[in-house]
Design a protein around this ligand. Structure first.
Ligand SMILES: Nc1ncnc2c1ncn2[C@@H]1O[C@H](COP(=O)(O)OP(=O)(O)OP(=O)(O)O)[C@@H](O)[C@H]1O
Ligand SMILES: [Mg+2]
Length: 490
């Protein structure tokens, strides 16, 4: 932006208006005055010339009369009387014989005004007139020449003065008109606009309707603004109320889920515990294999239910902000070993192979081992669940982006069913599976990824995904290697 455009951008409407209107108005009034005045001056000069033409013509006629009568004294008197005209510089007459000046003629005189002879010669005009006599039946004969020189200096001076006065008075009048216009513009337009823009910046609580009772466009604009603002305040209030209600309802839901899952866990633990005890007691008494297998089914159904309830409890704790992180030193290698051995029974049934790539110097990090295990188990069990006859690769590495804290990164890559971009868009939402048909085929609650992602976020990282349908997915979980809080309530 150049200086000018920057200035124009920042200038107030009033400044812009003045910058446009003042030069235009001054140019018009002063220019108009100047043109009018110079036309008038020109007319005065033309009139002066016409008068001298007439005076010269008459004098030449009178002189020819005197010439005819041979009355030198009268001729002198006539010419001398012309010198009484204030602007006449010089009058002269010469007697001519066939166009040539006659020396020492009694009709050759010259009168001049010494003061005016000093005038600027460029402001003097000279007129010549023939002195003619007409004998009977003959053509008029030129016997002499009469010359009159007059000065326009005085008239020009007067014209210049009038021009100056005209210009000063029109400029003064134009300034007064501009000042009145500016004041009117300010009151009628700029003031209400300024009020609207001030009011737009005010908070809802401070808003007072702008008073302006005119029926013009501006009045309608201000009325529309007042109404719009009032509607906005009302809808913000409604939204706020709806949001408060939703937040309260969500908190109540989380609290209810947390309470219910807690209450459900106690009897469920009893079911699992008693089914185990019963199995041991009945094993000693040698019951039928069918009874034993029924007991196994009770126990595994109970465990499955318990897992589910634990997930719901985790999520409601995270949502209610009540999850507790136990930060401590974690050996990455041990973490990986634990996760792979736990997930092992899930890998083989689908004909999958697990490849683990962890650098030997991966070392320790500062984090919550239980939660990290939970994340890894969830990503690995998903990979195992959604892959048949494929390879699941778990990679661990450290990474430090410039200016960012160091992170530990786990990639869980599979060669399974993969996901379309739309399915990926639905990931990480509670109780939502990427594709509802997969639930029917593969089971699951759709809570694992949400919990994993929230946990990683609490641990200073995130979970992201890349996937190609039919080719496989890669879930990346990252967490900070240094935690600033020892025990966090997230
Ligand atoms: N490795 C994967 N390959 C293909 N789809 C996946 C993969 N991991 C997750 N998904 C999709 O994301 C959905 C959500 O996964 P998430 O782990 O949150 O729930 P879930 O596995 O269905 O249930 P839960 O983990 O609670 O038992 C899955 O239902 C599946 O559609
Ligand atoms: Mg899962």
């Amino acid at each position: 932006m150049t200086f000018l455009s920057r200035f124009w951008y920042g200038a107030s409407v009033q400044t812009k208006y003045l910058l446009i209107i003042v030069p235009a108005a001054l140019l018009l009034t002063i220019g108009g005055g100047a043109v009018r005045q110079s036309i008038a001056a020109e007319r005065v000069l033309t009139m002066a010339s016409e008068q001298f033409e007439e005076v010269g013509r008459r004098t030449a006629l009178a002189l020819s009369q005197e010439y005819w009568n041979y009355n030198t004294a009268q001729a002198r008197a006539i010419m001398q009387s012309l010198m009484l005209i204030p602007t006449v510089v010089r009058v002269s007459s010469q007697e001519l014989a066939q166009g040539v000046e006659v020396a020492n003629s009694p009709f050759t005189f010259n009168f001049e005004d010494v003061e005016l002879v000093d005038d600027d010669p460029s402001e003097q005009r000279t007129l010549h007139f023939p002195i003619q006599v007409k004998r009977e039946q003959a053509e008029p004969e030129t016997v002499g020449r009469f010359t009159i020189v007059y000065s326009l200096a005085e008239q020009n001076r007067r014209n210049r003065w009038v021009m100056m006065v005209t210009l000063i008075t029109t400029a003064f009048a134009a300034s007064i008109v501009i000042a009145i216009l500016t004041y009117a513009l300010n009151r009628a337009i700029l003031l209400p606009i300024g009020r609207v823009s001030d009011s737009a910046g005010q908070s809802d609580a401070d808003f007072v309707p702008i008073p302006l009772n005119t029926g013009d466009q501006l009045g309608r604009l201000v009325t529309a603004f007042n109404e719009l603002r009032a509607r906005h305040i009302e809808s913000t209030r409604l939204l706020q109320a709806a949001r408060d209600e939703a937040v309260a309802a969500n908190a109540a839901k989380s609290a209810f889920l947390a309470m219910m899952s807690h209450e459900l866990r106690t009897p469920l633990n009893a079911v699992i515990g008693y089914s185990e005890m019963l199995k041991e007691e009945l094993a000693d008494e040698g019951v039928t294999p069918t009874t034993m297998s029924d007991l196994d089914k009770i126990k595994s159904a109970g465990k499955h239910l318990l897992e589910l309830i634990n997930s719901v409890l985790d999520l409601s704790k995270i949502e209610a902000g009540k999850i507790e992180l136990e930060i401590g030193s974690v050996s990455v290698q041990q973490l990986v070993d634990y996760a792979t051995s736990t997930v092992h029974p899930l890998i083989e049934p689908n004909g999958n192979r697990l490849v683990v790539q962890v650098p030997p110097d991966i070392g320790q990090i500062d984090s919550d081992p239980t939660r990290l295990r939970q994340v890894l188990l969830n990503l690995l069990s998903n990979a195992a669940k959604f892959t048949r006859q494929g390879v699941i690769t778990l990679t661990a590495r450290r990474e430090q982006a410039p200016g960012q804290p160091e992170q530990l990164i786990f990639d869980v890559q599979d060669t399974g069913i993969g996901m379309t971009p739309e399915q990926q868009g639905r990931l990480f939402q509670a109780f939502v599976q990427a594709d509802s048909s997969t639930t029917r085929e593969y089971g699951g609650t759709g809570l694992g990824l949400v919990i994993s992602r929230r946990l990683c976020q609490l641990l200073g990282g995130d979970v992201t995904v890349t996937s190609v349908p039919g080719q496989g997915s890669c879930f990346t979980a990252r967490v900070a290697t240094q935690s600033h809080t020892q025990t966090t309530r997230g």
